[in-house]
Design a protein around this ligand. Structure first.
Ligand code: AMP
Length: 397
């Protein structure tokens, strides 16, 4: 079966067409600037030259119409007809407490998604728009929703309840949900597969370090704690997000700087993290170069970032008694030997010993621990699209 995987952002749409007979990618692409001037699609069919389509796209439906058009295009496409698409898998950011696994999308699911908008006001609406567009353009093709939060629904209450009045959990469902679940699940399963072990026998800590970053403790294949919380703002310091801060800083700044709620929210999400500390960039490539050249604030930003990863890894080691496997994934985790080294240094007490030579890898699967006595340290490129396609196949089969 051929499965189309769709990931809609507010003005973007990422897609991959995967042939599930061998899990090969037939085509993939990115639509940018939907609803904005200068909209375009960058489309790659495997084995063919890239095609760029520049055309006004007022909404996600128009974008998807053009994507489906290029997928069946005689010259640039990968399909004879749209009927070859057996199912569509949609990435959905927030499933709330309603979804602990992926689901076939039906009326009841759409109602639950709409109900969860208030939990993810920035992310869920574009996901819903993508589903609605697909329903209109491919009314007879089954669709599956795969949630970023679902993998973390196994987290026990003592790790998801916040120490604020319990009534706010009952009233508004304020609790830890966790995100990047599809990625954490994929790399943990892949780690077990590479090691030839049953994931049920392993305690794994997965570090998804990208623009947004989170760390997850996975015991016997189940997420038992994760660093992101009610929203993707909690946990690690990120590119532009603060992660954990003393909540008292917020009213203090509102008072001293006369900041409004929106301004504080914007500051914590867009102007903080390593960008905020360095005053330079949210991109770790820029920061590593600047730190190398002696920029003290870039150095400090990298130290704050890696120290926080270290703290979470150590906290999760304490929760699970031991770590068998430590996995690095996503843009930074897959590519930056500098960050991996900084995270691992000082964790020898937890039996984490990185090999500086093996660590010199970029963007491919590798085992990078020093010796057999150490916990296994791995680099595993994430593949959320494949995970979504697998779940989709499983449900529509
Ligand atoms: P992601 O959100 O997973 O796409 O990750 C994007 C981030 O990965 C970028 O903002 C960069 O900071 C980081 N990144 C990508 N390549 C490298 C690299 N070679 N070295 C350090 N950081 C990198």
């Amino acid at each position: 079966m051929k499965i189309l995987v769709i990931n809609c952002g507010s003005s973007s749409l990422k897609y991959q067409l995967i042939d599930m007979t061998d899990e090969g990618v037939l085509a993939k692409g990115l639509v940018e600037r939907i609803g904005i001037e200068g909209a375009r699609i960058k489309h790659d069919t495997t084995g063919k030259e890239r095609v760029v389509i520049e055309e006004p796209m007022n909404d996600h439906k128009k974008a998807l119409e053009l994507v489906l058009g290029v997928l069946v295009d005689k010259e640039h496409g990968a399909l004879e007809s749209m009927d070859e698409i057996g199912a569509v898998g949609h990435r959905v950011v927030h499933g709330g407490e309603d979804f602990a696994s992926s689901v076939i999308i039906n009326e009841a699911v759409m109602n639950a998604l709409n109900k969860n908008i208030e939990l993810a006001p920035l992310h869920n609406p574009p996901n819903i728009m993508g589903i609605e567009a697909c329903k209109e353009l491919m009314p007879n093709t089954p669709m599956v929703g795969v949630f970023d939060t679902a993998f973390h629904q196994t987290i026990p209450a003592e790790n998801y309840i916040y120490p604020i009045p319990y009534e706010f959990y009952e009233k508004y469902k304020i609790r830890r949900y966790g995100f990047h679940g599809t990625s954490h699940k994929y790399v943990s399963l892949r780690a077990a597969e590479i090691l030839g072990r049953d994931v049920k026998d392993l305690n794994i800590v997965t570090c998804h370090l990208g623009n947004g970053s989170s760390v997850t403790a996975i015991e016997g294949g189940k997420s038992i704690d994760t660093s992101m919380g009610f929203t993707p703002l909690e946990g690690l310091a990120m590119g532009t997000r603060s992660g954990d801060i003393d909540p008292a800083i917020i009213p203090f700044l509102m008072d001293k700087e006369g900041m409004t709620f929106d301004e504080v929210n914007n500051m914590l999400n867009k102007k903080s993290g390593v960008l905020g500390i360095s005053g330079l960039s949210s991109d770790f490539r820029d920061l590593e170069i600047a730190a190398e050249e002696g920029n003290e604030r870039a150095k400090l930003a990298l130290q704050v970032f890696t120290n926080r990863v270290k703290k979470y890894v150590a906290a999760y080691a304490a929760q699970m008694c031991r770590i068998d496997v430590l996995v690095f994934t996503a843009g930074i985790g897959e590519n930056s030997d500098v960050i991996r080294k900084m995270v691992c240094e000082g964790l020898e007490c937890l039996n984490i010993r990185i090999d500086n030579e093996l660590n010199k890898v970029r963007g491919k699967e590798a085992v990078i621990n020093k010796d057999l006595a150490s916990a296994t340290i791995m680099v595993i490129p994430t593949n959320e699209e494949l995970m979504i396609a697998r779940d989709t196949l499983e449900l529509v089969k």
